[in-house]
Design a protein around this ligand. Structure first.
Ligand code: PLP
Length: 401
């Protein structure tokens, strides 16, 4: 857990940071990082154990507390998000649960975007409700709705932008200003963008959440998550929670993710190129009422905000094919694109949110979140674009001759 702000690397570009931040050679002078696959660390004496436990001497104790492979990943992702500190978790949902439980107490109030990953809504409505933490669900892009939801007990705003899977956006600078006026923490799930496309902390957010399972790994291998922000928030609230309750990242997964970050800027750039070409193709190909959603298209209602707030428009493209039956027939007709619940992979993936990732929400909650029965989510990968377009056209021909 080194401070990236103290690093000689600060001020370097994103690709350089992704390759060099968090790199600490051991006495073996390895070029690729060592993997510290150990649950505990050895003390030279009982007195040293006492000193390290007491915090009067620095050092690793136990991998639920700190681990060098995990610390390397934390340092790298903190540098990429321009945060003072990152703490890694076992998954994205572990990061989100940790965030809520580390900052919210009985009697507190959370304002949550209606358009968030299904499990995030479920946690708010079940676990947090059971603990006496009240949630108001508001429309992501409606700043007045956020303002009106504020009560004296409001402690946190939580949102995704672009949201999964609607690709609706929030104006982060405007929300950060509103949150700051009321001394409310603004937490942003930055999974769809990664720091390569959007850095919420630079726009005024207090905390950033990641599912590292997605683009950071990028190859569909391991689960992971992270919370990034100011050192006082991370070390004062998140670290004690993680250390005592234990939803931490495994050293092996941290090692995989550390390497995954090295190619993230390159992968994202190329995946954005592909997504833009595919979204443009679908916009020409689809006949109303079928529609394509992509923040990079001029037809996206928040295209000007996307152009201002995001460096590029991301690699998730959604289409609405009208009904559940049409969506399932379209998906089943794809021959190359993989049906799976993940996103951010180098292979192009397809998901039907209404019956999978958002399937546990009530129909009313799904409708409020904008997850229609006909919505299909594509996570665009690195295949040759003409091959993906041919697969999509073939499947579309089965439902829209
Ligand atoms: C936007 C978003 N946030 C958080 C998560 C949860 O991450 P994980 O699956 O790593 O727990 C997901 C998972 O799909 C997601 O899409």
């Amino acid at each position: 857990m080194n401070d990236p702000k103290q690093s000689p690397l600060s001020g370097l570009g994103m690709a350089t940071t992704a390759l060099h931040a968090g790199r600490h050679l051991t006495a073996e002078r390895e070029n690729s990082p060592a993997l510290f696959l150990t649950s505990s660390f050895v003390f030279q004496s009982a007195a040293q154990a006492q000193a390290i436990f007491a915090g009067t001497e620095e050092g690793n104790i136990y991998s639920r507390f700190t681990n060098p492979s995990v610390a390397a990943f934390e340092e790298r992702i903190a540098a990429m998000e321009n945060g003072e500190q990152a703490l890694a978790t076992a998954s994205g949902m572990a990061a989100i649960t940790t965030l809520f439980l580390a900052f919210l107490s009985a009697g507190d109030h959370l304002v949550l975007s209606r358009s968030v990953f299904g499990s995030t809504t479920t946690i708010a409505n079940t676990l947090l409700a059971r603990m006496g933490i009240r949630t108001s669900h508001v429309a992501l892009s409606d700043i007045e709705a956020w303002r009106q939801a504020i009560t004296p007990e409001t402690r946190m705003f939580y949102l995704e932008t672009p949201a999964n899977p609607t690709l609706e956006l929030a104006d982060l600078s405007a929300l950060a200003q509103l949150a700051a006026e009321h001394r409310i923490l603004l937490a942003v799930d930055n999974v769809f963008c990664t720091p390569c496309l959007q850095r919420p902390l630079d726009l005024g957010a207090d905390l950033v959440i990641h599912s590292a399972t997605k683009y950071m790994d990028g190859q569909g291998r391991v689960m992971g998550g992270a919370i990034i922000g100011r050192r006082d928030l991370l070390m004062g609230h998140v670290y004690p929670f993680l250390r005592n309750t234990g939803p931490v990242l495994s050293p092996f997964n941290a090692w995989v993710l550390f390497k995954g970050l090295e190619t993230l800027p390159l992968r994202i750039e190329r995946q954005c190129d592909h997504a833009e070409r595919i979204a443009n193709h679908l916009a020409e190909r689809l006949q109303p009422p079928m529609v394509v959603h992509y923040p990079g298209l001029a037809s996206h209602p928040q295209h000007p905000l996307a152009a201002r707030q995001m460096r590029r428009f991301g690699a998730i493209v959604c289409l609405d094919v009208g009904s559940l039956d049409q969506a399932h027939r379209f998906i089943d007709s794809l021959q190359l694109i993989t049906i799976t619940a993940n996103l951010g992979d180098v292979r192009t993936l397809v998901t039907h949110p209404a019956t999978t990732t958002h399937g546990r929400l009530t129909p009313d909650m799904r409708a409020a979140a904008g997850v229609t029965d006909g919505l299909v989510r594509l996570s665009i990968g690195l295949e040759d674009v003409p091959d993906i377009i041919a697969d999509l056209d073939h499947a579309l021909a089965q439902i829209q001759p």
